[in-house]
Design a protein around this ligand. Structure first.
Ligand SMILES: [Zn+2]
Length: 193
């Protein structure tokens, strides 16, 4: 595979991802530097992999009565720029030029509201569990593509920008492996290695 370039992008959409447009987004504040990639984990229902519920949630089509857990999130309107499935399939829901709704109340290096300046990547998974081989292969390619088009300065987890409130992607995510795959400076990552 050739090195990612800016021409792999169209209006904030990465051509290598399957587009599933979500209505859950808004404009970023004017002049925002999109310099943080936030990693999350999600599975619906929690711990069940392979279904279409994440896609349905992010496009406001989830049947809240389809599972008891959904009562806890009934009416939730959220999104992420990307979702990376266990098998390596990559979906994109929101243009990276727009503000997706994945971080909530959050803080990173002197700035609040990480949704304003971050790109959200949801890994299909569960906090505390491990992630799949295909995800570790595709995630670095995605991050390299993002960095070819946006001035990425840091990669962090939801747990790092909302400590005490969020715990994803969790201890099962192999940060050293991601760092080694990318070869980026350790200062771009949370101090987890
Ligand atoms: Zn999260």
């Amino acid at each position: 595979m050739n090195a990612p370039t800016a021409s792999d992008w169209s209006g904030g959409w990465w051509r290598a991802a399957r587009a599933c447009p979500s209505p859950n987004f808004g404009p970023r504040p004017e002049g925002t530097s999109i310099d943080l990639v936030l990693l999350h984990s999600i599975s619906l229902p929690p711990g069940e992999y392979g279904g279409s519920a994440i896609e349905q949630l992010f496009t406001n089509r989830l049947d809240w009565d389809a599972h008891p857990y959904y009562q806890q999130i009934r009416g939730l309107q959220v999104s992420s720029h990307f979702v990376l499935r266990r098998d390596g399939e990559l979906l994109q829901f929101v243009s990276c030029d727009q503000r997706a709704w994945h971080a909530g109340r959050s803080h990173w290096m002197g700035r609040d509201n990480c949704n304003d300046f971050s790109i959200g990547v949801e890994l299909e998974g569960l906090e505390g569990e491990t992630f799949d081989e295909a995800q570790y292969l595709v995630l670095p390619r995605l991050l390299q593509a993002i960095a070819a088009h946006y001035p990425v300065r840091h990669v962090a987890g939801h747990e790092h920008v909302a400590p005490g409130r969020k715990i994803d992607p969790g201890p099962g995510f192999d940060w050293p492996r991601l760092m080694a795959s990318l070869g980026w400076p350790g200062s771009m990552f949370p101090s987890v290695a």
